[in-house]
Design a protein around this ligand. Structure first.
Ligand code: ADP
Length: 197
């Protein structure tokens, strides 16, 4: 059993890599961004509350995303493991995830951090905006705000997972295949005791 946090700034390639890794290791892929976009598409109450926040590139309140994740964990009690993508994004979310996983007899095996510098992120997101249909990808100011929010609220998680001995840095520059290979070799070299729950 293995539970991975795929981490990195907006545009680092988390979503792309998550699809490969979830398939390779039979993990349930939980992307809070995707879950929130579904809520918006279905015009649910959560969708209505979060639409404008996401458009501005701000973070959705912790209670909302934690509840969404709790629900997904509840629905998949026998999963081989989970791949968290875009979650946690704040220290309270990381603490909540640890508590939730303990409840299910699991723990985070590793936080895989895709490292990409700011200019490259902006280029990738502006490019993605031409095809993704995501309003938060097509405006340079919103993209810069997302990176700023990442630096202020999400980057401190590096220290959180470093202190727990679970932080693994991965170079996020290169071809998609190269980066998948780096991630796989990191996962396969994790010590057995970190993969057991
Ligand atoms: P990206 O990694 O490109 O920013 P995501 O799909 O992960 O894209 O997230 C899109 C938006 O959804 C974020 O900018 C934020 O508004 C919201 N969001 C996603 N996950 C979280 C989370 N864990 N906590 C708070 N807000 C979130």
């Amino acid at each position: 059993m293995i539970n991975l946090v795929l981490f990195g700034p907006p545009g680092a390639g988390k979503g792309t890599q998550a699809t490969f890794l979830a398939k390779e290791y039979q993990l349930i892929h939980l992307s809070t961004g995707d879950i929130l976009r579904e809520e918006i598409a279905e015009n649910t109450e959560i969708g209505q509350i979060t639409r404008d926040i996401i458009c501005r590139g701000e973070l959705v309140p912790d209670e909302i995303v934690i509840e969404l994740i709790r629900h997904k964990l509840d629905k998949n009690p026998t999963a081989n493991g989970f791949l968290f993508d875009g979650f946690p994004r704040t220290v309270p979310q990381a603490e909540a995830l640890d508590t939730l996983l303990v409840h299910y007899g699991r723990s985070v095996s590793a936080m895989l951090s895709l490292e990409v510098e700011k200019e490259e992120l902006i280029n990738r997101l502006m490019n993605r905006g031409t095809t993704s249909g995501r309003s938060d990808d097509s405006n340079r100011l919103v993209i810069e705000n997302r990176i700023e929010v990442y630096n202020q609220k999400t980057a401190p998680l590096i220290h959180y997972y470093q202190s727990a001995g679970k932080y693994e840095a991965i170079n996020g520059i290169g071809s998609i295949d190269d980066i998948t290979r780096r991630l796989k070799s990191c996962i396969e070299s994790l010590p057995k005791n970190r993969k057991s729950r």
